[in-house]
Design a protein around this ligand. Structure first.
Ligand code: HEM
Length: 217
């Protein structure tokens, strides 16, 4: 009887439980750089969001590391913001960025505890000339990252993010600018807000990835 009951319940649930976690991102085509991004608007205050956009090469061979283009668009009251590629503060590449004059700075960081992340040579960035600027309301940067989508996580485990599905990412926001904004090794104070989402990488593919990088750099 118990078995029948369990099976009946399980069958009834199939219809209402999603088979996989739905992604929170949507597709965004950027006319300025020509990339198609998968984007998530991370809310850090009521009615205020930071856009985190990711573009990938296509196709990507299975089980191999791959580059990504990241574009972040932040309102001018954002002092610094960070993207955590593994979805937590610790043991994954952190792309930390802030405005600097008419441009922006991206700083490669990694944390093994809940303290200021140190600089990280496992991920390198090429900042694009196109897609990196500041106006009255927003600052933004666009960069190619090598080493953001694969990394050594907690316990020495090798991780390659799933280019064909959703990955759990996280962000941090601070209203305070870094102490030395012109330097990518600047220190900065702790975030005011953090958050998580599921980012669909399967919609981020660009068959012209290499030529688009060359055109924007
Ligand atoms: C001055 C630099 C930083 C300090 C001192 C710091 C400190 C902390 C502390 C103490 C917590 C725990 C909060 C709690 O448990 O309630 C935390 C959580 C968190 N931090 Fe940071 N943080 C810093 C920079 C960053 C950066 C650059 C990121 C990049 C995305 C980040 C992402 C997160 C996230 C996502 C959490 C949520 C818990 C987790 O996933 O581990 N933090 N941070």
């Amino acid at each position: 009887m118990r078995w029948t009951f369990g099976l009946t319940c399980a069958t009834a649930l199939v219809g209402i439980v999603p088979s996989s976690q739905a992604a929170d991102s949507s597709v965004y085509h950027d006319a300025e750089t020509g990339f198609t991004f998968s984007q998530y608007n991370a809310q850090y205050a009521i009615g205020r969001t930071i856009a985190f956009r990711i573009a990938l090469p296509s196709p990507i061979p299975a089980n191999s590391a791959y580059d990504a283009v990241i574009q972040v668009v932040a309102p001018v009251d954002v002092g610094w913001t960070g993207l955590a590629w593994g979805g937590t503060m610790v043991y994954n590449p952190l792309s930390v960025s802030w405005a600097n004059g008419n441009s922006a700075v991206v700083s490669s960081r990694y944390a093994t505890g809940h303290a200021t992340p140190t600089t990280y040579s496992g991920a390198t960035y090429e900042l694009f000339k196109t897609g990196t600027h500041v106006n009255r309301t927003h600052w933004q940067y666009t960069a190619k990252c090598s080493g953001c989508t694969s990394f050594t996580s907690s316990g020495g485990r090798s991780t390659i993010l799933n280019s064909k599905g959703a990955n759990s990412l996280a962000f941090a926001y601070s209203g305070t600018r870094p102490s030395n904004p012109s330097s990518n090794t600047s220190s900065f104070v702790v975030h005011d807000v953090t958050g998580y989402w599921n980012h669909d990488f399967s919609t981020a593919g660009n068959t012209a990835f290499t030529s688009l990088v060359a055109a924007n750099i």
